[in-house]
Design a protein around this ligand. Structure first.
Ligand SMILES: [Zn+2]
Length: 177
């Protein structure tokens, strides 16, 4: 148990550290700093410790074991950088994710891919994950287009090409207006 607590804590901190670096490069350091703070609430923390995997998210493991994940339901309702936060079936179109959260979203996915893949990381992985899982969510079409465009550019030109304020503002404006 104690070992899992420290492994999970270390994973979260490594992830937060990388998200902070990515967000800072894009000019939104505050979003990087407060990123995923709800992971320290008991609802999220203890479930993730119990289902700790190390090489992928504990949320999927909990879902497979129990049919649901309270940590995820808690997390997605409080963190605007998740596409799922913006889902509202009562709206005709899912609301557009505002700029700073959309940038935090791609910074998060890039960081998570690196932390989980470790030495196996390659620049085509973010787009691969996106096409396999990420784009199955019924997000705002422009938000989805923005994320896919960023990951396509990572595959073509690497992270450095996208992780800066100029690229992000121009790409967001071009796609989301
Ligand atoms: Zn999150």
């Amino acid at each position: 148990m104690l070992k899992k607590i420290f492994s999970h804590l270390s994973l979260v901190l490594r992830h937060k550290h990388r998200v902070f670096i990515n967000c800072a490069k894009c000019g939104i350091p505050w979003r990087g700093f407060v990123h995923d703070f709800s992971k320290f609430t008991p609802t999220e923390f203890f479930e993730s410790v119990k289902y700790y995997q190390g090489d992928r998210s504990p949320i999927g493991a909990c879902r497979r074991a129990t049919g649901m994940s309270n940590a995820w339901l808690h997390h997605k309702g409080r963190n605007k950088h998740h596409i799922e936060y913006w889902l509202d079936p009562e709206c005709e179109v899912t609301p557009l994710m505002p700029y700073k959260y959309a940038v935090e979203c791609v910074c998060d996915k890039l960081a998570a891919t690196r932390v989980y893949a470790g030495k196996g990381y390659s620049r085509d992985l973010p787009l691969l994950h996106w096409k396999k899982h990420g784009n199955k969510v019924n997000g705002n079409p422009l938000t989805m287009q923005f994320i896919e465009k960023v990951f396509s550019d990572v595959e073509k030109n690497g992270e450095k090409y996208v992780l800066n304020k100029k690229y992000m503002t121009e790409t967001y404006r071009e796609i989301c207006g």
